[in-house]
Design a protein around this ligand. Structure first.
Ligand code: 3HC
Length: 282
């Protein structure tokens, strides 16, 4: 495995993945077409490293060395030396297909093309690249620099070599890979989104206040966050996009986003990142 990876998309997940890679010694090419997003992503990464420095988890020299290993680019030609091309853009299938079509033209023929999609079928996204044997799902969890799990989603055409190299890559990031087969929402979001959706439905029906629902999950199941605050943390638009995709593919009612979730998304109350979702944030 080479020492450079590319991360395409510098939102919350992209910068978290980049940080995790930098902290174990990789160089990272960060790509976003939009210069403002790129600069914001780099600023978020710098702030996260500043927090790690304040906590004494890294030294000032380590922080500087990590930032020096970051290359920012608005164009795909910068990815040619990367051993893994990690896509982490919003959950829009056409956008992801376009990005992989473009990345396929510039990447090395030995590199792995990986998507951080939370729900979209790997087999569908793999149609964008010339060699689907090198295509795989590497699904990180938010905050990606902290959470141990990476759900490794193996497509029908993913080769054993790609799986083995991906498992080694995840392990080298001090994370724990768990392999699953391709299906809408994989395992993690099939479980999590039903849990979140049912919690919102219970709130909507007036069975309990949001604080009570969250307390039940925290105190009764030892979850670090309750389902309502977790939905805010993930982003209500992200939760809705995931449910929409799984529902569209499976037609199973349990995945249909609850009317209250749809309403909040329409109102722009997207959760923590927007300052308001189910809860308010300053
Ligand atoms: N971004 C980056 N890092 C963050 C963060 C954020 N928003 N929030 C917290 N952290 C980091 C802190 O810096 C700290 O890092 P350190 O251990 O290196 O110092 C670490 O997380 C612990 O933070 P705190 O001590 O301040 O706070 P908590 O102990 O309350 O933990 C939490 C915060 C890790 C977010 C914890 O509440 C938690 O585990 N929540 C559940 C998260 C979860 O379930 N994530 C999965 C969501 S599903 C998903 O991502 C899949 C997708 O497809 C939808």
């Amino acid at each position: 495995m080479g020492q450079e990876i590319t991360v395409i998309g510098v939102g919350q997940m992209g910068t978290g993945i980049a940080q995790a890679a930098l902290q174990v010694g990789y160089s990272v090419v960060l790509i976003d077409k939009n210069i403002d997003f790129l600069n914001k992503g780099f600023a978020r990464l710098t702030t996260n490293l500043d927090k790690a420095l304040e906590k004494g988890k890294i030294t000032a020299q380590e922080k500087e060395a990590m930032l020096k290993r970051v290359k920012l680019s608005q164009t795909m030609d910068a990815i040619k030396d990367s051993s893994i091309i990690m896509e982490a853009v919003p959950e829009l299938i056409d956008l992801k297909l376009e990005i992989f079509k473009n990345a396929d033209k510039f990447c090395s023929k030995d590199s792995i093309l990986a998507t951080n999609t939370s729900s979209i079928l790997i087999n569908r996204l793999a149609t964008a690249v010339s060699d689907p044997s090198r295509f795989i799902g590497l699904h990180f969890f938010n905050p990606a620099n902290v959470m141990k799990l990476v759900e490794v989603v193996v497509g029908e055409k993913t080769s054993k070599k790609t799986v083995d190299e991906s498992l080694a890559f995840i392990t080298s990031m001090n994370k724990i890979p768990v392999k699953v087969n391709d299906a809408p929402g994989f395992i993690s979001n099939r479980i999590l989104m039903v849990f979140i959706n049912e919690s919102i439905t219970a709130l909507e029906k007036g069975i309990a206040e949001k604080e009570a629902i969250d307390s039940i999950a925290k105190l009764g199941f030892n979850h670090p966050m309750g389902p309502i605050e977790l939905a805010d943390f993930i982003g209500l638009d992200v939760c809705k996009d995931i449910m929409d995709f799984i529902y569209l593919e499976t037609k199973e009612e349990k995945f249909k986003p609850s009317p209250l979730l749809v309403k909040l998304v329409k109102e722009g109350k997207l959760g923590r990142k927007a300052g308001e979702g189910f809860y308010k944030y300053n």
